[in-house]
Design a protein around this ligand. Structure first.
Ligand code: GDP
Length: 215
């Protein structure tokens, strides 16, 4: 296994666009509805418990948190969306921050969207997927908490999500812009994952290796 993920360390939390670190090298962002299991997934992907705690620290939950793997590669924890107890004005400010980050970041190679396997493709998820589709941003979906379902039910959920994505995102619209990835017609991939049982780690590492250009 690639040891780089175990070397992840907190770099900085960003609350304003002006604070973003230099836009060089390769970056993968991780997004998800709050409580979907994003922090636990980051924890298991890196094998470092304290990383998830950093992103959960009061004041940091609304920031974009950067973790560096090495000099040229970063994992980026985006604030969880759909968090009901946040005032509208704050929600809008952080939505603006995330949108601008997504729109302008040229080192961004792909987005991992974490979804609870029992409640995938919420309105928020679909909104982000649409944006990624138009921007031709590659997406990898982690259907997490798969331990909560039987193996058969989890596999059925996986197929159902793939089916919905195929239905929704068959390419009829030409891409608005290309970010230099291969011209693959289906840049959305999906897998089952469990932070509790630590399953699906190799598959997500494989995707990260590809996007982060680990040889
Ligand atoms: P976040 O808000 O998206 O960062 O979600 P967290 O990682 O904090 O997880 C939310 C809740 O789901 C916590 O109580 C976790 O213990 C639980 N959780 C996260 N991942 C899993 C998983 O793979 N399996 C199970 N059973 N529970 C999980």
């Amino acid at each position: 296994m690639n040891q780089a993920y175990h070397h992840a360390s907190f770099m900085l939390g960003v609350a304003k666009l002006s604070q973003l670190p230099p836009d060089t090298g390769h970056e993968v962002a991780i997004a998800g509805r709050s409580n979907a299991g994003k922090s636990s997934a980051i924890n298991v992907i890196t094998g470092i418990r304290s990383l998830a705690r950093i992103s959960k620290t009061p004041g940091r939950t609304q920031q974009i948190n950067f973790f560096c793997l090495d000099e040229h590669r970063r994992l980026v924890d985006l604030p969880g969306y759909g968090y009901a107890r946040v005032p509208e004005s704050i929600k809008q400010a952080w939505q603006h921050l995330v949108e601008k980050y997504l729109e302008t970041r040229s080192s961004l190679r792909g987005i991992i969207i974490v979804m609870d396997v029992r409640h995938p493709l919420t309105n928020y998820d679909t909104h982000l997927l649409h944006w990624c589709y138009i921007a031709r941003m590659p997406v990898h979906i982690l259907l997490t908490k798969s331990d909560k379902l039987s193996r058969g039910a989890a596999t059925a959920a996986l197929h159902q999500v793939r089916l919905s994505l195929n239905r929704e995102f068959t390419r009829q619209v030409p891409p608005a812009k290309s970010r230099g990835q291969s011209q693959d017609d289906s840049p959305v991939t999906v897998q089952l994952f469990s932070a509790l049982k630590k399953t699906g780690i190799e598959e997500v590492h494989g995707k990260l290796d590809e996007w982060l250009n680990f040889g």
